[in-house]
Design a protein around this ligand. Structure first.
Ligand code: NAD
Length: 258
């Protein structure tokens, strides 16, 4: 652990940090001195992923859809480390369902994980963050929350909701000295990039020719989980003290062109 890290003495909760973007964020905040509390529905995966970490951490089984589990998660963090200063609402599931196959049940199930949980987890964490004198909420949205795409109604609608929920929560929580921001990643190389047929999306002809070959991603590569960790550190630390309600697109420039 970096004793001189900018988050020394603070406790950061990261949901869905057993792998992928959440894990990269947890590791980065931990390297900056934060105590890390990870909640994941796959708690065993998270325990294995963090087993070698040299920063203080706690892994809790957590289904972000469950209000009682959300409360227990926050209580466990506060009990172990004394304060809760930061929550990163990262857990989500990908859903690609064609319009003609989409049922309301499916729609609501995806919204429950990807949108409702951001409110549930934030409501659970805010009293503890208030007791700490204020802090940070960071939501992981998606560029799909800013654009329409085929077969993505539940996922994109949920992520669009996360972006405006971020603005609303920023207004609600400013008086408690809590900032609320979001990161909207573009194409990032995680489990979510593996398609239903088992192929890697970033190896596909479409991605290689259209997105890379034709300059649709100006930085000409897919992102890595660590590409999200630096911006997450900014929103978790003191340098973002006068930023709230914002969504930063971390997409290699994809949204800068057409
Ligand atoms: N990978 C991308 O290209 C990309 C792009 C834009 C946004 N995002 C967003 O980034 C975030 C992280 O995605 P990722 O790519 O690392 O995905 P991932 O599938 O690798 O990781 C998601 C994690 O969330 C956990 N999770 C799922 N449902 C949960 C639940 N109900 N309760 C608790 N944990 C749960 C999973 O177990 C997993 O560890 C998500 O919000 C995702 O929508 C990803």
């Amino acid at each position: 652990m970096s004793a001189a890290g900018q988050l020394r003495g603070r406790t950061a909760l990261v949901t869905g940090a057993g792998r992928g973007i959440g894990l990269a964020i947890a590791r980065r905040l931990g390297r900056e001195g934060a105590n890390i509390v990870v909640g994941d529905i796959d708690a065993d995966v998270a325990k294995d992923a963090l087993a070698d970490s040299d920063f203080p951490h706690l892994v809790q089984p957590l289904d972000v859809r469950d209000e009682a589990q959300a409360a227990a998660f926050v209580a466990a963090a506060e009990q172990r480390f004394g304060t809760v200063d930061i929550i990163v609402n990262n857990a989500a599931v990908l859903d690609m369902t064609p319009f003609t196959d989409l049922t309301m049940d499916r729609f609501h199930k995806v919204l429950a994980v990807n949108l409702d949980s951001v409110l549930t987890m934030t409501q659970a964490a805010v009293p503890a963050i208030e007791r700490a004198g204020g802090g940070r909420v960071l939501n992981i949205a998606s560029i799909m929350g800013l654009r329409g795409a085929k077969d993505s109604i539940p996922y994109s609608t949920a992520k669009g909701g996360v972006i405006n929920l971020t603005r609303c929560l920023a207004c609600e929580l400013a008086g408690k000295n809590i900032t609320v921001n979001a990161i909207a990643p573009g194409f990032i190389d995680t489990r979510m990039a593996i398609t239903r047929t088992g192929d890697h999306e970033h190896q596909s002809e479409l991605f290689q020719k259209f997105y890379l070959g034709h300059g649709k991603i100006p930085l000409a590569r897919a992102g890595l989980p660590d590409d999200i960790a630096g911006p997450a550190l900014f929103f978790s630390g003191d340098d973002s003290r006068y930023v709230t309600g914002q969504t930063l697109l971390v997409d290699g420039g994809l949204s800068a062109t057409f």
